[in-house]
Design a protein around this ligand. Structure first.
Ligand SMILES: [Zn+2]
Length: 145
C-alpha cells in the first residue's frame, strides 16, 4: 500500500503488488459532497491513455464511525459531525483484449516522472513498459530496478 499526494484535500492509497499490478486505488475525504468528479480528473492526469479511467470503474461509498475503528468511533461520537467520510474506489478488473490476451492495470513509480503513471499491460508477460518512461527515453533500453 502506498500513499499519494495530490491537490485534492483527501488522502490517496494505492494497493499494488511489487510488480506494479494494481488491485485498487482509494481516495477518502471528510466531506458532504461527492468527490467522484474531482477524483476522476486526478486519475486521468495520472493515467496513460486517459480513457482508461471509466466512470463505471469508480465506486462511491460513505463511511461512518464503526467502520473506521474504535478510536475514530469515540472521536466522531464526541463531535457528532454531520458529514461522513466519502471514499471513491477505482478498481480496474483484469480483462481480455480482442486478441485474447489478458491485461491488467499497473502503476509505475519511477522518480523520472513527477507523478505515478497508471497503464495497462499484459497480465502475465514480462514486457511491462510504462508508456511515459518509454516515451521519455526513445531507443534506449529501460533499466530495471
Ligand atoms: Zn514510468
Amino acid at each position: 500500500m502506498r500513499r499519494l499526494a495530490s491537490r485534492l484535500p483527501g488522502t490517496w492509497e494505492i494497493r499494488a503488488c511489487p510488480s506494479g499490478a494494481v488491485s485498487v486505488t482509494v481516495y477518502s475525504e471528510w466531506t458532504r459532497r461527492d468527490p467522484t468528479v474531482a477524483v476522476r480528473r486526478q486519475l486521468e492526469r495520472w493515467t496513460t491513455p486517459r480513457p482508461l479511467v471509466r466512470g463505471w470503474d469508480l465506486r462511491l461509498a460513505t463511511r461512518h464511525g464503526p467502520e473506521l475503528g474504535r478510536a475514530a468511533e469515540r472521536a466522531l461520537a464526541a463531535v457528532r459531525p454531520a458529514r461522513g467520510i466519502r471514499t471513491v474506489y477505482w478498481r480496474v478488473y483484469p480483462f481480455r483484449g480482442k486478441d485474447g490476451v489478458a491485461r491488467r492495470l499497473f502503476v509505475c513509480w519511477r522518480r523520472t516522472h513527477r507523478a505515478p503513471v497508471f497503464f495497462v499491460a499484459e497480465a502475465s508477460g514480462t514486457n511491462r513498459s510504462c508508456p511515459v518512461c518509454s516515451r521519455d527515453r526513445p531507443g534506449r533500453t529501460r533499466r530495471r530496478r
